[in-house]
Design a protein around this ligand. Structure first.
Ligand SMILES: Cc1ncc(CN)c(N)n1
Length: 222
């Protein structure tokens, strides 16, 4: 990790520590997360990944160089294919049909995160879009790795852990970190401030998404 991404990590270190210590992630590591909680999370996450892939494609369209277009567009395809097969694995395991998935209401936390990403991707500049997308890569790799280190043997969520702690996911994260550093170096101080704000907001959304899944929250009733 070099350059601006170090600044981003330092600015969000406290939130990042809290994310690692979340009950959802602790219980995932020791294999005690209730199946119904994980099932609810996976269903929301499958909805999330569709929105995330759309945001990646929108930011890819704003990129000025072919390397960035290729990275963002291939990540959009990867979000749909690799992670979708992970979701399909768990949905089959939990007996969630395609019809049940389609009929499940998107949670407030999922809707909020996806709406934010799409807003930044659509009306923010390219640099802000890249910064908003980064936590989805970076936090999952680091949480996945930390969980892999302490996961109990025979963990029922091993497929999830292996995906995010694995080399293939790390490759995309490393390239996304390099892109963020490159874009930040090419921008001015105001641009970097906007990037930092979008990055911090999406780190919060990652926390909120797990918190909502752990408490199985939908939409607060009036
Ligand atoms: C909410 C969320 N954030 C990030 C990831 C990892 N792509 C994910 N699957 N879901």
């Amino acid at each position: 990790m070099t350059g601006f991404t170090q600044t981003l990590a330092a600015a969000t270190a406290s939130l990042n520590r809290q994310i690692h210590a979340m009950p959802f992630n602790r219980a995932l590591a020791d294999g005690t997360l209730p199946e119904a909680t994980f099932r609810g999370y996976i269903v929301q996450d499958a909805h999330y990944l569709e929105g995330f892939a759309r945001a990646l494609a929108l930011v890819a369209a704003k990129a000025s160089d072919p390397d960035a277009i290729a990275l963002l567009a291939s990540s959009a395809a990867g979000a749909i294919s690799a992670e979708r097969s992970l979701h399909a694995h768990y949905m089959q395991l939990f007996g969630v049909s395609a019809e049940q998935f389609a009929a499940t209401e998107v949670s407030a936390a999922c809707d909020h995160y996806v709406s934010y990403l799409l807003r930044v991707a659509a009306i923010g500049n390219f640099a802000e879009g890249v910064a908003a997308l980064l936590p989805c890569f970076w936090i999952y790799r680091d949480v996945g790795r930390a969980i892999a280190e302490r996961a109990a043997p025979g963990n029922p969520y091993a497929a999830w852990i292996d995906t995010y702690a694995g080399e293939a996911f790390d490759e995309g994260v490393t390239r996304m970190l390099a892109l963020t550093d490159r874009v930040a170096a090419a921008g001015d101080a105001a641009c970097r401030a906007r990037m930092q704000a979008a990055f911090a907001r999406c780190c919060w959304h990652e926390w909120h998404f797990w918190d909502s899944a752990y408490h199985e929250r939908g939409w607060p009733a009036p």
